[in-house]
Design a protein around this ligand. Structure first.
Ligand SMILES: *Cc1c(COP(=O)(O)O)cnc(C)c1O
Length: 414
């Protein structure tokens, strides 16, 4: 796409945007002057669909009116999310379930998919992984009586570079060979916004006999995923960032169908028990086949209700269409930054295939002051030490005009 730097270009893009109507489905926070903020922080907490409070209210009402009899509607409540979630990540419906918070799910998945032996016990992660993932992985290594100094391999960018090259990942995996039990990466790195080649990495991991799991906190709802076809073993994501499910809302997991009849180790609870026999309350655990068998507790209905509201919108738009707009919108942001603020370094890849909607920009001087001024003026972006601002225009509700406003403001502050 050919961009130009005048404001009329942005307005023309918005006028021609087939997804422009989606913005009106979300509540955009307002500034003191009553005008909407420019919200580029949907990678941290997605905005509220206008229908969310109504969806939650319906369940509140059912509780008030029916008490325990409401369970007839709540028992299969998570199933309302199965089909849309499967389409979201490129999975079969038996391969996904929405449950728990993300880090909790990573733990449960590692119980099943990290089974170290004397010779094959190492885990590969990215250096600079989201801290929660780092803690979770280290705790499993320690839980198995191993030492993270020996059992943890951290992939790092080369000196002077920001992103980890796929070639370097592949050579690390090949060098580690049959000592590597699990490769667990953030599909899109939260800091750099780098999208790994998830298909190629899964293949290399399998070539060396390792399991591969992805944390898709910044992937689900941001990029087109084909987890089944890519033969990923497992994945987990949260739903409050790109999926706009609301703060603390439950995340999702993917477990490849080849583990549908899994008999290895897992932590269990009654919600994973075969549905026909669950309420017989018998002592023998027989799991539901597929991802649902990893469920433990009955689901949080209210936060799931708000997730259903947003997933309806995302599913109706479709990830292919959202991604197409996203590439243009972020491409435009990149273009304007290069044109108008060339002193700012974009640390995210310049290739659309290696990033989602987020650009992480490194401000050479007075970074914190510039960030504070942006925030004060209603540009909601986020700050990462030491001088990085993450900017994430989202195809669901952001506009080309907002991107233009943002870069114009930034230029005036440089
Ligand atoms: C946001 C995020 C988390 C957050 O985990 P919760 O358990 O939902 O609090 C974990 N990992 C990554 C990579 C994230 O981006």
């Amino acid at each position: 796409m050919i961009y130009t730097a005048d404001q009329s270009f942005a307005l023309a893009c918005d006028a021609a945007d087939p997804l422009a109507h989606l913005r009106d489905k979300f509540s955009i926070p307002l500034k003191d002057n009553g005008k909407p903020v420019v919200y580029f922080c949907g990678n941290s907490l997605g905005l509220s669909p206008k229908t969310a409070s109504e969806f939650v209210h319906i369940e509140m009402q059912a509780w008030a009116e029916k008490g325990v009899l409401g369970h007839d509607r709540w028992r299969p409540f998570h199933e309302n999310l199965t089909e849309s979630t499967a389409r979201l990540v490129g999975a079969k419906s038996e391969e996904v379930v929405v449950m728990n918070a993300l880090t909790v799910n990573l733990h449960f998945l590692m119980v099943s998919f990290y089974q170290p032996t004397k010779s094959r016990y190492k885990i590969v992660i990215e250096k600079g992984a989201f801290p929660s993932d780092q803690y979770a992985v280290e705790s499993h290594i320690i839980f198995h009586g191993l030492d993270p100094k020996d059992a943890l391999i951290e992939l790092a960018p080369r000196d002077g570079e920001h992103i980890i090259r796929t070639d370097d990942i592949e050579s690390t995996l090949k060098a580690g060979g049959d000592s590597i039990a699990l490769v667990m990466l953030g599909g899109v790195n939260y800091y750099t916004g780098h999208l790994f080649d998830l298909e190629a990495i899964a293949k290399t991991a399998h070539d060396i006999g390792a399991m591969v799991g992805y944390d898709l906190a910044h992937g689900a709802g941001n990029i087109v995923l084909k987890l089944h076809d890519w033969d990923v073993d497992f994945a987990a994501w949260c739903s409050y960032k790109y999926l706009c499910g609301g703060p603390g809302c439950p995340g999702g997991i993917f477990i490849h169908e080849k583990y549908a009849g899994f008999t290895g180790s897992r932590f269990t609870g009654w919600w994973g028990q075969n549905k026909e026999t669950r309420f017989l309350m018998e002592p023998n655990f027989t799991p539901i086949s597929g991802a649902e068998g990893w469920q433990i507790s009955n689901p949080p209905i209210f936060s799931m209700a708000s997730l259903i509201a947003s997933m309806e919108i995302i599913d109706a738009a479709g990830m292919e269409a959202l991604r197409e707009k996203s590439k243009k919108l972020t491409g435009y942001l990149e273009y304007l930054l290069n044109e108008l603020t060339p002193e700012i370094e974009i640390i995210t890849s310049s290739k659309a295939s290696e990033r989602g909607c987020q650009l992480s920009i490194s401000i050479p001087e007075n970074a914190r002051e510039i960030f504070d001024s942006l925030r004060k003026d209603g540009f909601i972006v986020d700050w990462r030490e030491p001088r990085v601002i993450r900017v994430a225009p989202k195809p669901l509700y952001n506009t080309f005009a907002e991107v233009w406003d943002f870069v114009s403001k930034l230029k005036s502050l440089m």
